[in-house]
Design a protein around this ligand. Structure first.
Ligand code: URA
Length: 276
């Protein structure tokens, strides 16, 4: 391989290892030109970040007084807007559409698409994971990659399949490079997942991994301390049981911990068999 190609390859390998997968801009942006007064009247459109994003609606860059381009919603304003939108959704389909059109979370700009839910809305069990990965980002369905295949096996070990559960994530867009979503991204998306749980109305909530457990159940300890414990989740004011357990992606890295997950699954099965 010529030397130039080899070093290019090394750079690309480093970028992939560092989680840099999505170029934000294809072309350089002349920010001085953007703030020039002559441009203030024209509303430039953002350039699609990647070929996959080319078909997606990209918001116009709003000029502000003095010709300075507007910044995205501040985090507090984004949380308030998320709360307002989520509360206004009378059903899951509307919630999905509102979330798809929501521009308050930066994760949306690097993801290919919204990953809203899978399984059966209204199912007795609702599972909430962390965030979509690459496979989920490509298909728009949660838990379809390796972790999802393990989740299917875990469910099947207690006689359940995707039809018996409803599945979503703490954040509905893939974080770049599969990093953990930041507390701010989680806070902005929280009103949507909370409303999604409320509208689906499960009998039992299962949180998989630390982000979902800590966020939805208001806990601070690590997942190894929290797993296997039952909590109360206030669903529209009425408490429902919520079980914290290990994330299948963690189990793929730590297969010896599958025994702990199996204990949690048996506890879930026993709870589902209880009358009422
Ligand atoms: N991990 C998650 O938490 N959610 C998915 O949808 C896929 C992997």
């Amino acid at each position: 391989m010529p030397q130039e190609q080899a070093s290019l390859r090394q750079v690309l390998e480093f970028m992939v290892a560092a989680g840099i997968e999505t170029p934000l801009e294809d072309r350089p942006v002349d920010r001085f030109a953007r703030s020039a007064p002559a441009e203030a009247s024209a509303v430039p459109r953002a350039v699609p970040a990647s070929p996959e994003m080319a078909g997606r609606a990209i918001p116009a860059v709003q000029p502000m007084t003095g010709g300075v381009a507007a910044v995205p919603l501040a985090p507090d304003a984004a949380v308030m807007e998320a709360r307002r939108l989520a509360a206004s959704a009378p059903d899951l389909e509307t919630l999905r559409a509102l979330l798809d059109a929501f521009e308050g979370c930066a994760l949306k700009s690097t993801a290919s698409r919204l990953v809203f839910a899978d399984g059966t809305p209204g199912a007795p069990v609702m599972i909430v994971g962390e965030a979509p990965g690459r496979d989920e980002d490509e298909t728009g369905r949660p838990f379809v990659g390796r972790a999802g295949q393990l989740l299917d096996k875990m469910l099947s070990s207690i006689g359940l399949s995707r039809e018996h559960v409803y599945i979503a994530n703490t954040v509905p867009w893939r974080p770049p490079g599969n990093r953990t979503p930041t507390p701010q991204e989680i806070a902005i998306c929280l009103p949507f997942i909370t409303r999604q749980i409320e509208l689906s109305g499960p009998k039992v909530l299962v949180t998989m991994g630390a982000p979902a457990t800590q966020t939805l159940l208001g806990q601070k300890e690590g997942i190894l301390r929290l797993r296997g414990r039952w909590f109360e989740y206030a669903l529209a004011g009425k408490p429902i049981p919520a079980l914290a357990t290990l994330h299948p992606a963690y189990l793929l890295r730590q297969p010896s911990q599958k025994a702990l997950a199996w204990r949690d699954l048996r506890a879930l099965r026993a709870r589902l068999r209880e009358p009422g």
